[in-house]
Write a protein that binds this ligand. Structure first.
Ligand code: ADP
Length: 279
């Protein structure tokens, strides 16, 4: 927890009637600037640590291959395979870091195109169902009463849907259901709602508010074993900020997880632009 921080300045305040002089005290609230700075430092430290771990393992294997395993052909093959996997992990991490920084740069630029979220969700389900089936999970899509037009960037929204389906398959498994609906809210205008549900082990309540933090994972080892970087939901959150989208994660241990994303419907947005939720 960060304490509040202030910058204090004292200046002279001459009194016009010549009866003396006063002083003026300036207080500048630095709390939010300090908080951002702390987050940035933490982020760089975490990213460096995440890259250093596979790198250390690669260096260890290279040294083994140069020394003790030089003439051991089967060991060499095994080690090369591990090294390939570690290098791949670094590539995934760098790709996610780059995506995140690109999305953050565009975060305050409203999207100009219109995307049919239903068609996009169907495409993502069609693309993800075969690899999911190889992992023993079934991904199905229930189309509602479409089309579901939203102001948006097709690539970014495709990435959001892909991340949510991937998580449901990786951590949930079983039957993953993707669905769409429309919601009329007098305050926020009409919104399109995408849900991705799984009947996996679920998430304990204390973790849920933190899942969109960069590198936050319920179980680091299980995320790594499944090829996770810990950045997926952070990328989702920043994309949704740009799209005035909201994210809600409804989960309970043993009862599976439902992730719900809502976006303003094109042409039926609320009159007053509401602020993105600080999800
Ligand atoms: P990762 O790259 O680790 O998958 P994410 O940011 O996408 O990172 O997700 C953060 C964490 O949230 C995951 O490591 C996992 O612990 C948890 N999580 C996400 N989706 C689900 C889900 N559908 N069921 C259970 N846990 C989930």
């Amino acid at each position: 927890p960060l304490e509040r921080a202030f910058e204090v300045q004292v200046g002279p305040l001459p009194v016009p009637d010549g009866s003396g002089a006063g002083a003026v005290l300036f207080l500048r609230d630095l709390t939010s600037a300090r908080r951002l700075e702390t987050m940035r430092v933490d982020f760089v430290a975490n990213a460096s640590h995440e890259l250093r771990t596979p790198l250390a393992s690669l260096i260890g294997f290279i040294e083994t291959l140069q020394g003790p395993a030089r003439d051991d052909a089967p060991a060499r093959e095994r080690f090369l395979e591990i090294m390939r996997a570690q290098a791949q992990r670094m590539t995934r991490l760098i790709d996610d870091l780059l995506s995140l920084s690109r999305i953050e740069l565009r975060e305050h630029v409203a999207p100009t195109a219109t995307v049919d979220l239903g068609a996009l969700a169907r495409q993502m389900v069609d693309a993800q169902a075969p690899p999911a089936a190889r992992r023993g999970a079934e991904v199905t899509f229930t189309d509602g009463d479409g089309p579901y037009p939203v102001p948006g960037d097709a690539d970014e929204l495709a990435r959001v849907i892909e991340n949510l389906i991937e998580n449901a398959v990786k951590y949930g498994g079983g039957h993953v259901r993707v669905g769409l609906s429309r919601e009329d809210d007098p305050r926020h205008g009409a919104r399109i709602v995408l849900t991705v549900s799984d009947d996996g082990p679920g998430i304990a309540p204390e973790h849920i508010p933190r899942l969109t933090e960069r590198f936050y994972r319920v179980d680091v080892a299980s995320s790594r074993a499944r090829g996770g970087t810990g950045l997926g939901l952070a990328i989702v959150k920043h994309s949704l900020n740009r799209h005035r989208g909201r994210l809600a994660i409804d989960s309970a241990v043993g009862r599976g997880t439902t992730v719900r994303v809502s976006l303003p419907e094109h042409g039926r947005e609320a009159e007053i632009r509401d602020q993105p939720d600080p999800v």
